[in-house]
Design a binder for this molecule. Structure first.
Ligand code: ZN
Length: 312
């Protein structure tokens, strides 16, 4: 049985809206001044992370998952369940929506849908996100989209560092410029783009997916829930949904977590210290294998941890 924490080489994505904040904040060796995403823990074919710690050094996460299922408590399912990203938006992302698992299975070649959640790592003053929409009926939604009344359609909400937001499938959403966040999501890359502010990139508009968007957008939109989180409570459950449980851990000197999960992902988002004697600092992410036992954190740091929920 493997009893070691698994650390990975992140996969970076250069994107038109990306920035360079990940270098300043986390010291990452980013590949460009437009680095939008860091896939920190991923077994997705579009960015399969390579393990940098023994005994799996040099193996991709998907290969470890497929070859040594016992490391993950024989969690089940045909793919690693979660995908963890750091996202740095220097300018606004397109407005988008994700399908649920059922829709994606039928229309996206067996892919998973996408439930995701955001923890705000850094943001400019007066930063905002797009979450939800104002259409009261399907007819109204369709006419607002067809007539291009997007400023009327979308809802913008103010956010601050440390806020947490759950984005269910069917939720219209967008990250706006000036925001850096940690995203925990289902292991999926299916996104329907609803509106891109009519921007041109290299002379062209990016593809929209209006038909799919109209089909999957939840109507009416749920009241959005931007949750302020605590910097003092040692443990705070941020969300429990069908796909994951997310916990915020504030270590002031030491904290212990009795771990019975098959599989746990942990990100150090602030500060530094150690985990069971291994040095740890902000910007590092790791997987805790099954039967690792107690986690002892020392130092002064903030961590976000997610545990996937097995699907039937
Ligand atoms: Zn999304």
């Amino acid at each position: 049985m493997n009893k070691e924490l698994l650390f990975f080489e992140p996969v970076f994505k250069t994107l038109v809206w990306g920035g360079n904040r990940m270098r300043d904040v986390y010291g990452y060796d980013i590949p460009s001044e437009n680095t939008g995403e860091c896939w920190a823990i991923s077994a997705h074919p579009n960015g399969d992370c390579v393990c940098i710690s023994q005994p799996f050094k040099g193996m991709t996460l998907s290969r470890i998952w497929n070859t040594y299922p016992e490391v993950f408590g024989n969690f089940g399912g045909d793919r690693f369940p979660l995908l963890l990203k750091v996202i740095d938006a220097a300018s606004d992302l397109s407005i988008q929506v994700h399908p649920d698992d059922h829709y994606a299975r039928i229309h996206e070649n067996g892919s998973l849908g996408k439930t995701e959640c955001w923890y705000i790592l850094e943001c400019d003053e007066n930063a905002k996100l797009v979450i939800g929409h104002n259409a009261r009926s399907k007819e109204e939604l369709i006419s607002m989209i067809d007539e291009g009344r997007f400023s009327e359609l979308i809802r913008e909400v103010p956010i601050k560092k440390g806020d947490f937001i759950q984005i269910d499938p069917g939720t219209v959403h967008a990250i706006k410029g000036g925001v850096m966040l940690l995203e925990t999501q289902e292991n999926s890359d299916v996104t329907y783009r609803l509106y891109d502010y009519d921007r041109l990139f290299e002379g062209k508009k990016r593809e929209l997916h209006l038909a799919q968007s109209k089909e999957v957008i939840t109507i009416p939109a749920k009241e959005n829930a931007v949750v302020s989180t605590s910097d003092d409570r040692p443990f705070e459950v941020l969300i429990e949904c069908d796909h994951y449980r997310v916990l915020k851990i504030n270590v002031k000197e030491r904290a212990t977590l009795e771990d019975n999960a098959s599989l746990r992902l942990v990100s150090c988002v602030e500060g530094e210290g150690s985990i069971n004697g291994i040095p740890l600092k902000k910007g590092q992410h790791f997987i805790v294998p099954k039967d690792y036992g107690e986690l002892l954190f020392r130092g002064r740091m903030t961590l976000i941890s997610s545990v996937p929920v097995a699907q039937r």
